[in-house]
Design a protein. Structure first.
Length: 228
């Protein structure tokens, strides 16, 4: 942990949350991620060693607690009252980042695992039909992690990279960059569908109502600022 050797509260706060990956771990905690493996799904480039180190530091500082999962192997991580107070900090950082820090996305920033993990937690299941719904996303420009399945049931959602063997209700295909542009609000879903940059084949009900259940990034409505 970095020490700035100053009593300033900004310095003291960043000594806790300023290390690489720490703010992204907090982002995940605030969005409901609690298990070690799930942190790795949403931050695929963090090493297990670094993730474990950051979680231990946050626990030692009182930002999170670790406890055994009831009836399951392993532990889960939860925010304390101290940690929950960081929610507006993370939200405002996301808004600031959308306005001022985005710029053009480079190819190595197009993280399909983060995208699909975000889609998993943002799809509005209340606007899907009752019962089980199976969605299949394919990224035509990828060789690895090209196809993903989302299975929505009454009380759960599974994200898979192997065929589930279930009947698929809707197939969605696009290039990865196009889907991320739509996800972040840089391109409208309607225009991407109209121009066939995204194709949707299957249930006509799901296609007609895609704008209702395919909820975008939580800050997709924040537009980049125009530099002066």
């Amino acid at each position: 942990m970095t020490s700035y050797g100053q009593f300033c509260p900004v310095a003291k706060a960043t000594e806790i949350v300023g290390d690489k990956w720490t703010m992204l771990i907090l982002r995940e905690l605030l969005m409901g991620t609690t298990r070690f493996n799930d942190f790795q799904h949403s931050m695929s480039r963090i090493s297990p060693t670094v993730l474990n180190k950051r979680l231990k530091m946050l626990e030692a500082k009182g930002v999170i607690i670790r406890r055994r999962q009831s009836g399951l192997r392993g532990h889960e991580y939860r925010l304390t009252a101290m940690g929950k107070e960081l929610e507006p900090v993370v939200e405002n950082l996301a808004i600031w980042g959308m306005r001022w820090a985005r710029g053009q996305m480079s190819d190595d920033e197009l993280d399909v695992e983060l995208l699909m993990w975000d889609i998993r937690r943002r799809i509005d299941a209340d606007n899907l039909p009752d019962g089980e719904t199976v969605l299949c996303f394919t990224f035509t420009d990828l060789e690895h992690y090209k196809t993903w399945w989302l299975v929505f049931s009454e009380d759960d959602v599974d994200l898979c990279t192997e065929d589930t063997g279930k009947d698929v209700d809707l197939y969605v295909s696009s290039e990865l960059r196009t889907m991320i542009e739509v996800w972040e609000g840089d391109r409208s879903l309607k225009s991407a569908l109209d121009e066939e940059r995204i194709t949707a084949i299957g249930s006509q009900h799901l296609i007609r109502n895609m704008k209702d259940w395919f909820s975008l990034c939580s800050v997709a409505d924040i537009r980049p600022a125009v530099p002066r």
